[in-house]
Design a protein around this ligand. Structure first.
Ligand SMILES: Cc1cc2nc3c(=O)[nH]c(=O)nc-3n(C[C@H](O)[C@H](O)[C@H](O)COP(=O)(O)OP(=O)(O)OC[C@H]3O[C@@H](n4cnc5c(N)ncnc54)[C@H](O)[C@@H]3O)c2cc1C
Length: 306
């Protein structure tokens, strides 16, 4: 039985803390509830928006004239070295539950906010590993045809912060199976907590933001070399950090209203008070214009601008 709420404030539910209300909002815990919610929206000719951990979205100031389908499914089970988890499970909770069972290998993903489904959609990663390195298969529901399909890893077309599900958003991820490695529980707990501490040290944890606002772009070799000379670090897969480009165009710390390009991590556009979505988008545009003008590079949003 669905409980559809009206005029729900979603800003407080997002890590950005920005945006107007949802016209309709429903928590869904099961596949049947997702189907029922989709049918409810369809019958009323309404758009639907899937949200989960709400750590990678910018909600518009005017809100969402739609049914927000809020994925809150949270059951999971372990079998041998495999974990099968609902899309709505919090990623850090799963990492911690795995450590208790002596399963690890993915500890560097600890502390990435959000859910398993959100992580698969954007191929979330940190400090090297990405969720794609662990996924065996993904079960998803087509909002168009109503069919369920099981996708194995190689069918998901994972790439840097990208997957089939990002490119074809008609699919709603419902369950994910991952393969982990046997680990010493105490060492795995330590590794997990060290990873979180490292994130805090680098100021990439607990920020009112949506994580990196822009994808690290692929750039011409000359710009890669400039980065490598300056930072003494290799440009991976032809990409340089968007944050470095923002710094180079002099916009580290730049502010529009209460939206600020973080001084510690300029690719985090953070809400430094009462930022509106308009402030964030104006700051993002300023950055894109400056980077295009100076480097001829077109920055693309990683955060989902709804
Ligand atoms: C402080 C901070 C630090 C971050 N650090 C990192 C980092 O180190 N690495 C990294 O990769 N990301 C990082 N992020 C970004 C974010 O945590 C990830 O993108 C995360 O995987 C998003 O998951 P979510 O559940 O919050 O998705 P949401 O924000 O709820 O949704 C994001 C998008 O995914 C879609 N979606 C969500 N669930 C499903 C589903 N079940 N099926 C289909 N589509 C779905 C939504 O429709 C939306 O388009 C960070 C964010 C913050 C705020």
């Amino acid at each position: 039985m669905l409980t559809i709420k009206e005029h729900v404030q979603i800003a407080p539910l997002t890590t950005f803390g920005i945006g107007g209300p949802a016209r309709y909002f429903v928590d869904v815990r099961t596949e049947d509830e997702i189907r029922a919610a989709l049918a409810w929206a369809r019958e009323r000719g309404l758009r639907f928006v899937v949200l989960a951990g709400k750590s990678n979205v910018l909600v518009p100031d005017e809100g969402l004239d739609a049914l927000v389908i809020n994925i809150t499914s949270n059951s999971f089970s372990f079998s041998g070295t495999q974990l099968s988890a609902d899309a709505g499970c919090n990623l850090l909770t799963l990492v911690r539950e795995a450590t208790k069972r002596g399963l690890g290998g993915w500890e560097k993903l600890a502390g990435i906010p959000g859910t398993m489904g959100g992580a698969v959609r954007g191929n979330a990663g940190a400090f090297g590993p990405e969720i794609k390195d662990f996924v065996i298969s993904v079960r998803a529901l087509s909002s168009q045809s109503g069919e369920y399909r099981d996708f194995v890893n190689r069918d998901i077309g994972f790439a840097y912060r990208d997957s089939f599900f990002k490119r074809d958003p008609q699919w709603i991820i419902t369950r994910v199976r991952v393969k982990l490695a046997k680990a010493d529980p105490a060492a795995s707990v330590r590794f997990t907590e060290e990873t979180i501490a490292e994130r805090e040290r680098r100021h990439i944890q607990n920020v009112r933001a949506a994580g990196s606002f822009f994808v690290n772009p692929v750039v011409p070799r000359a710009i890669q070399e400039l980065f490598e000379r300056e930072k003494g670090a290799p440009a991976r897969e032809g990409r340089v950090p968007a944050g470095w480009l923002i710094e180079k165009v002099g916009l580290k710390g730049a502010r529009v209203g209460d939206a600020v390009a973080s001084g510690q991590h300029p690719n985090y556009l953070k809400n430094d008070g009462k930022a509106s979505a308009k402030d964030v988008l104006a700051l993002a545009q300023k950055i894109k214009d400056a980077v295009r003008k100076q480097f001829g590079i077109e920055l693309q949003e990683e955060a989902v601008v709804l």
